[in-house]
Design a binder for this molecule. Structure first.
Ligand code: SPV
Ligand code: MN
Length: 637
């Protein structure tokens, strides 16, 4: 079929303007034309608008989002607010919908046990039926983006069709423009594509009506995701978690890594150096706030691509150029950089917060909020409950903000470096109240992979479902792991072992609690753990070798608390925080064993480490005659 002729036919029908047709024609890419033809035919929008990289086109999206009430202007210049659908506190579109996110599996293909899957033919039939006519009467925006810096070996191009102006606008803040990059593709199909529709809308502001027909179907075979009847960015924005799944598949069939990593430049006081680290934490476990720690430099807060580089290091790029961050608890004390950015004029989209007289309010912002206003549930007051009698907080715990990184005072100047940044270390962490110490260094690369593979976290509001349930999430990536876990872990091992300068791996835990259920650390204490890890990669500190990894020495932490936070740190606190809780760790290993057994082909090195750690801990317990071992017990007197 001559797709150019078909698309030209849309001009005659009045769906596409002549200049927009020319923009598509100039791409010289039959695959792009084919996709547009196919999905216009299916979704039946009444208008197609092509957005190039020009300021005029980008401005059009911003203005349309306001015109359609998908966003409303707030008092501060450049600020807008968007709301996602809400029925009750447990039935809503305010977080990622894992239940309706499914991987389409061709006959006989591998089904990842931790994800929802559906037979590819059946799934396509189902979702394409739901998408039939889903854009009727609406405008469909066509946008082109580049995942990663321009002119970079790391980067992957992406095409997005959406009828949500909020989605198209958010992607502009979060991703690099890619229309001109598509022109350089030379008529190839080497790109990802995403078709999204918010579906039928209801109310003002307009939200998705048919949440029960929400579907997010990932088609690895065609490098595409079809997403319908949702607006929340983690479900709707193709380039975010949908592209993460496609990229994990691609990377794991090649020789690089796609990770749920932040990237930061760690800058210890008085050292005049920047050392790059990446890190993975499950949602709402301090990932963004680590990357944004005062005095440090942020490269990215969510997704990274890694490749081994000529200098012998693993290099990483942020595939995004913005932040879609949790706003809860952003306040001047704990997150000063973000707080400043969110309370001054700049292009910012808030979602699911409370608005009163054009001012924004959120949970934990450190100032009094009004007792009524407009929020994610509509008109709100502090007595409001949902139909199940659950009280509705002033803002959703997963309320968010979207801003460009270039707006922040602490953005690292290598964000756009096509070569990425060299990684000296990797952090893995979870929300763990009683098992792992605040920071440990792995014994070696394989043990580092083990630490990443055994992240456990108590669930949060970032996904729909009960909060506070302990779940394992290897590399904080389990929700997105469309390849077998065994293959993924093997890839990690190979990736690190070919490097001349393999990153050191650290596990962190910001959520350790004491006997009385109180957190043992302040929110900013994480800065000390990060700076200690940086020092370890530079040979600054000695450490205590234990069966589960290297622990910091008290004197080094004491100095760092003083230097970095101006705080005193007592030896009693150190001992409580850095004790090895053998019983709890062994119980965790039992849970890990169950998880690994549910998978096939978990690499041998993981079993070897698991078994050795178990034996070593049992021996330690017997030797010392106690279950909780203090760090000083390892130091020869
Ligand atoms: C996460 O939940 O890991 C996020 C937000 O980064 S979302 O876009 O919803 O995935
Ligand atoms: Mn994330």
């Amino acid at each position: 079929m001559d797709y150019l002729k078909e698309i030209e036919g849309l001009v005659i029908k009045g769906i596409l303007t002549e200049p927009d047709f020319e923009k598509l024609n100039a791409l010289n890419n039959q695959y792009v034309l084919h996709i547009i033809h196919q999905f216009v035919d299916l979704c039946k929008p009444s208008k197609l608008t092509v957005i190039s990289d020009s300021e005029k086109d980008i401005m059009y999206v911003r203005q349309k989002a306001i015109e359609k009430h998908e966003e409303s202007k707030l008092n501060i210049n450049g600020h807008t607010v968007h709301f996602d659908g809400f029925i009750t506190m447990s039935n809503h579109d305010q977080a990622r919908d894992k239940g309706n996110t499914k991987i389409l599996i061709p006959k006989g293909g591998y089904k990842p046990p931790a994800l929802n899957t559906v037979d590819r033919d059946e799934g396509l039939l189902e979702v394409l039926k739901i998408m039939e006519g889903c854009m009727k009467g609406n405008e469909c925006i066509i946008r082109f983006f580049c995942l990663g810096p321009k002119n970079s070996k790391f980067s992957i191009l992406s095409l997005q069709l959406t009828d949500s102006l909020y989605v198209a606008h958010s992607e502009d803040l979060l991703y690099r423009a890619g229309y001109e990059e598509f022109k350089k593709l030379n008529n190839s199909d080497n790109f990802f594509y995403f078709i999204h529709s918010a579906g039928e809308l209801i109310g003002d502001p307009p939200v998705t009506k048919n949440l029960k027909d929400r579907r997010i179907y990932v088609d690895l075979k065609e490098s595409r995701v079809l997403s319908v009847n949702n607006q929340y960015a983690g479900n709707s924005l193709g380039l975010k978690k949908l592209a993460l799944r496609l990229a994990i598949h691609k990377a794991n069939n090649e020789d690089w890594l796609t990770e749920h990593y932040f990237i930061m430049g760690v800058c210890p006081k008085g050292k005049n150096r920047v050392t790059y680290f990446a890190g993975a934490y499950p949602s709402a476990c301090g990932k963004t706030s680590t990357a944004m720690l005062p005095g440090q430099q942020v490269v990215g807060d969510d997704i990274a691509y890694l490749r081994s580089w000529d200098d012998g290091f693993a290099h990483a790029v942020n595939i995004e150029r913005g932040i879609f961050g949790i706003i809860k608890d952003v306040n001047p004390i704990d997150d000063p950089v973000i707080y400043e950015a969110l309370t001054t004029p700049r292009e910012t989209i808030f979602s699911n917060i409370l608005i009163k007289d054009g001012e924004s309010y959120w949970l934990g912002m450190g100032k009094d909020a009004p007792n009524e206003g407009f929020n994610f549930s509509g008109n709100w007051n502090d007595k409001k409950t949902d139909e199940n009698g659950n009280s509705i907080p002033l803002a959703h715990p997963n309320a968010r903000y979207t801003i460009r990184l270039s707006e922040l005072s602490n953005t690292d100047n290598r964000l756009e470096d096509p070569e990425g940044v060299p990684l000296h270390g990797i952090f893995y962490g979870g929300r763990d109240s009683n098992t792992m110490p605040p920071v440990i260094e792995s014994l070696n690369w394989e043990h580092g992979i083990f630490l990443g593979a055994t992240i456990e976290s108590e669930t949060t509001s970032a996904t729909i479902g009960t909060e506070g349930v302990r779940k394992s999430s290897p590399m904080a990536n389990l929700d997105f792991l469309v390849v077998p876990l065994g293959k993924y872990l093997n890839n990690h091992e190979k990736f690190g072992n070919q490097l001349k300068h393999c990153p050191k791996v650290f596990s962190t835990n910001y959520f350790l609690k004491g006997e009385k259920g109180k957190y043992l650390n302040g929110i900013l204490d994480k800065k000390v753990w990060i700076i200690w890890a940086e020092g370890r990669t530079q040979g600054d500190f000695e450490a205590i070798k234990t069966p589960i990894g290297y622990l910091p020495l008290y004197k080094d932490l004491k100095n760092l608390f003083e230097l970095e936070l101006g705080k005193s740190y007592s030896e009693t606190d150190y001992i409580e925080q850095f004790s090895i809780r053998i019983k709890n760790i062994l119980a965790k290993f039992d849970r890990m064993e169950t998880m690994f057994k549910a998978e096939k082909d978990i690499p041998e090195f993981i079993w070897t480490i698991l078994n050795k750690q178990k034996t070593d801990l049992i021996k330690l317990k017997n030797d010392k005659g106690k279950d909780v071992i203090f760090p000083n017990d390892f130091i020869k007197k």
